[in-house]
Design a protein around this ligand. Structure first.
Ligand code: AMP
Length: 280
């Protein structure tokens, strides 16, 4: 496994791979890898000759009062885990390498960002789309692998690929969870012991909502009320709880077709998100 820190060398490697007819699978991450990331790397490994994983904590996607400075990092551990999972190249650029000057232009996401994390984190998806566009240009993957945990991110990236006719296929992979159901996240290390014990109730609440819908309830507000009652018992603070159509992310009073139930929840030092996608 190679670690590449410059765009020039990354491009060289991809050009070389392409010349010999290799396909390229790409997994963008912010590092501090866990089984969720590793499942994406393994999925890429199954399908591609060259597997590239990027590790880059992207300043553009963090708001002024968010956790950019204290986002967890451990490159040596990431290196070991990425290698075990079958990575060929870790692309590990510095902020200076990716943004040698303030970006003279960025991608502004218009559709699908007035809800969920787009509403709670203004500008977040502009930052995500901009860095993913850069990474796609640098790595030129055949397929890029993303986790369903960040469902809105997938919708945004799929829209970007379609809007700009990018020659890459976006693959969505299921959320990997801890034994008690908590979605794996790099930010889980910031939970206190008590918060960690409690946090599995987020997924339990999603399951409660899903069960109510599966039992035939079509009224969105009635489902949300029952879920809220459960969430009110937590020690943190609810950012949002909502049900939308998926992947279009529109509000619907009556639940039919493919829908997403989504939660964002603040603990003291970590904001957690999770979701559940079902056919209503
Ligand atoms: P991040 O490092 O948090 O930016 O995540 C990098 C990629 O890993 C994104 O596509 C995430 O959706 C995905 N990911 C994060 N957590 C999980 C998880 N628990 N299961 C599956 N994929 C995940």
């Amino acid at each position: 496994m190679k670690v590449i820190e410059t765009i020039a060398e990354m491009r060289q490697q991809v050009t070389l791979a392409r010349k010999t007819g290799q396909t390229v699978g790409f997994v963008p991450t912010m590092g501090f890898l866990h089984e969720g990331h590793l499942s994406l790397i393994e999925a890429a490994r199954e399908k591609h000759d060259l597997v590239v994983v990027s590790i880059f904590v992207n300043p553009l996607q963090f708001g002024p009062n968010e956790d950019l400075e204290r986002y967890p990092r451990d490159f040596e551990r990431d290196e070991r885990l990425a290698k075990q999972a079958g990575t060929d190249i870790i692309f590990y650029p510095s902020v200076q390498e990716m943004y040698p000057e303030a970006m003279p232009m960025t991608i502004h996401v218009i559709k699908g960002v007035d809800v969920l994390c787009g509403a709670s984190r203004p500008g977040h998806f502009d930052g995500v789309a901009t860095v993913v566009m850069k990474l796609f240009q640098i790595i030129q993957p055949d397929k890029a692998f993303f986790g369903q945990k960040d469902a809105q991110q997938i919708a945004v990236i799929m829209n970007m690929v379609s809007a700009f006719n990018l020659p890459v296929q976006v693959i969505a992979r299921p959320t990997i969870r801890e034994e008690d159901g908590l979605a794996k996240s790099s930010r889980n290390v910031y939970l206190s012991e008590q918060e960690r014990q409690e946090a599995s109730f987020l997924y339990e609440t999603l399951q409660i909502g899903a069960e109510i819908i599966k039992s035939g309830e079509k009224n969105r507000d009635r489902v949300l009320d029952q879920m809220k009652a459960r969430l009110d018992k937590g020690s943190g603070q609810l950012d949002y709880l909502t049900i939308l159509s998926f992947p279009s992310l529109n509000e619907t009073k009556t639940l039919t077709g493919s829908i997403i139930i989504a939660i964002a929840y603040f603990y003291q030092n970590a904001r957690l998100i999770d979701n559940y996608i079902i056919e209503a």
